[in-house]
Design a protein around this ligand. Structure first.
Ligand code: ZN
Length: 274
């Protein structure tokens, strides 16, 4: 006997995936996800989640669409760029056309030390769609403080990394990198450019980790490194650091003291995608 589907066949092939099933689909439909940064990574994450049947997306970005975004920011088109539409709003318009059942909560503006905790309210999970260390350390602090899982992702050139963080059961970003690296040493889209295929690969892995977390599967302690051009991927096992200042000592320096970062960011992190 088959279980009656509440989804009218739309998700039949997703429900047929053994790892999802009807219960998994119901969990996805009941879940709320915050995407911080709606550029290349965030846009791809949002579209995958919208098509997957996630219940609710909160979209945060303070930038507008520009022509130089179009090679890798899949949600936007030339009209958005010509009109300079705020990314959070342009993303919501596109996602609404993809899935009218999805509850959308676009928030044009900053994810900064004074706004991030409010943005987390009611969310089950956070996806990193930013491209800068400042926001990621803020996200790590806020998510560990409030016990929210988040999935870090980063891309530069043809390579990317993905790190799911499960507060309370696995290492956090500061277990791996206790302090932000000097800006001059960081490879980013600004220094190395970005191949759009590695963006989609990393976003896809972030959403897969998100799915597993929302379905209650174990993911803690994995760091994935991919190179789209060399066609390689490596999964490293990590352990939490017993004296980690964030997840063990609960010193939320980045969130609570809102320090200036080495590049002198005065008013919170900038979410611009390269
Ligand atoms: Zn930690």
């Amino acid at each position: 006997m088959t279980t009656p589907s509440p989804f009218n066949g739309r998700y039949a092939r997703q429900i047929a995936v053994r790892e999802i099933g009807p219960d998994g689909q119901r969990r996805l439909a009941a879940a709320s996800v915050l995407i911080v940064g709606c550029g290349a990574l965030g846009g791809a994450q949002a579209e995958l989640l919208a098509r997957m049947g996630i219940g609710r997306l909160r979209l945060v970005d303070r930038d507008v669409v520009e022509p130089s975004n179009l090679p890798r920011q899949l949600l936007y088109d030339e009209r958005d760029a010509a009109e300079g539409t705020p990314k959070a709003l342009a993303a919501a318009n596109r996602l609404r056309a993809i899935n009218s059942q999805l509850v959308l909560d676009p928030r044009p503006g900053n994810a900064a030390a004074d706004t991030l905790e409010g943005l987390l309210e009611g969310m089950d999970l956070v996806l990193d769609g930013t491209d800068n260390a400042e926001t990621r350390y803020l996200l790590n602090d806020a998510c560990v403080k409030h016990g929210k899982p988040w999935v870090h992702g980063g891309v530069a050139g043809t390579v990317g990394i993905v790190l799911p963080v499960m507060p309370g059961s696995g290492p956090c970003l500061r277990c791996l990198f206790p302090t932000p690296p000097p800006a001059a040493e960081v490879r980013t889209g600004a220094t190395d450019g970005v191949l759009n295929t590695v963006v989609v690969q990393v976003a896809s892995q972030q959403v897969t980790f998100a799915c597993k977390i929302l379905l209650g599967q174990p993911v803690a302690g994995s760091l994935l490194h991919v190179d789209a051009w060399a066609q390689t991927s490596r999964l490293a096992r990590l352990r939490l650091v017993p004296d980690c200042p964030c997840c063990q000592r609960r010193d939320f320096t980045f969130l609570e003291s809102a320090p200036l970062f080495p590049d002198g960011t005065p008013d919170g992190p900038h979410l611009h995608q390269p």
